[in-house]
Design a protein around this ligand. Sequence first.
Ligand SMILES: [Zn+2]
Length: 464
Amino acid sequence: MISFGLGIKIYDSLPQTIQGIIGKILAPIPLSWRGHRGVFNLAERISEPITIDELNEKESEALSELVRHAYENVPYYKDLFSEKKIDPRDVRCITDLQSLPILTKSDVRKNGSDLIASDAKKYSPGKVRTSGSTGEPLEFLIDQRTRLSEYAAEWRCILENDGELGGKTATFRGNYYRNHRKVGASWFRHALSGDLIFNTFSMDEETCRKYITKLRSFSPEIFRAFPSSLSHLARFVERGKINEHAIAFCSSEMMSEEMEDLIQTRICNTVINWYSQSEYVLSAGTCREGNMHINSEFGIIEVLDEEGKPVPDGTVGRLVGTSLTNFSQPFIRYDLDDLGAISETRCKCGRPHRILQRISGRHSDLIVTPDDRTLSTVQMQHWWKHQAVKEWDLDHFDWIQLIQTDICSFRILVVSKSGVEIQNYHENMEMALSDLWGTEVSVSIQDLDTMPHGEKWRFSKSEI
Ligand SMILES: [Zn+2]
């Protein structure tokens, strides 16, 4: 008998057509019978009404447990608590940890194994590698419980917006990188998630029209989407919304008002804005009243000024999060690389969870290809990380920045790994981008000695 995890791995390695056939066969089986029962149970449990005092108590207990664990099992935190003279038994709320330095991505890179708990295996963690917003890869461990909590919090948000657990879902995200421009209009039913997954890399006008026809017959109850992809599709919807009663669950990118408006007027009435990170440290999602509530059962937020001091309610500051669920590699006072503000105002929806007022940062440039497709930064990062580096042998850079200087030309800045001769990869880089663009592009590559300080990894529209 193969394990569930291995089964998923095998499934994911199958050709997409086979994946789609299996997905279609399994479609009538409820998701709760396909490995989602744990997530659904947790989503129902956290949907029970709760008072603010009960919520604070839960947060405090979880923080104490995390800090005790970090002190006993994680070398980095043992040293830090000793150095700062923090007795883990005294920690009841996040302000008790204010003398701890903020943990940055660069600290995570530098301290590597010192940040990993000696008993990490107990938490069945999975290794995650991201290209991050700075272009430098970041590796970390995510506990099984952390994933479960994140998914449960997403479903709770959908429930609170009058959706149903396991509702019929269509996805328009960029992480199905094998869904590639060359494939054109394509979709497949995923066996595990049950989602109908659409290829977002080929969304020119003709493809969008085919997708709209398919969606009208499929009639999804939930759209899980990058806001850039779903709002791009919305531009081509001509008569009435696709399903006015559906919910658009938008995540992974900043959603502009224009995007939200397009989705709401042409796709469905309810648009959820979901905030999270690959590290799953802290998440928040909009309620029926349009306020973004923090899922404080699973993570604590702090908003700090430039000197690291907490700012008053309603003031924008740097967002710092502490995951309450990740024990294999704790994230305590972790820099989320985002700006936002917290409001203590009680929301009409009745939830006691604090409100994240607005988020700036992580603005995603939208790039328009010669055939009028729209690709977002996040989407291109997925393409680069999962497809380009493999298909065109380009995993030779510690850092990369692509700057679109003209519709079909790029200036590329890289920091090569040691011993790499950049001219050997010039042609492959051109082929990779030409393939994504659907037409020939020219590139010029410049090898830098070090990553420019403060520069963001990004695909930008114009020269900086
Ligand atoms: Zn609310």
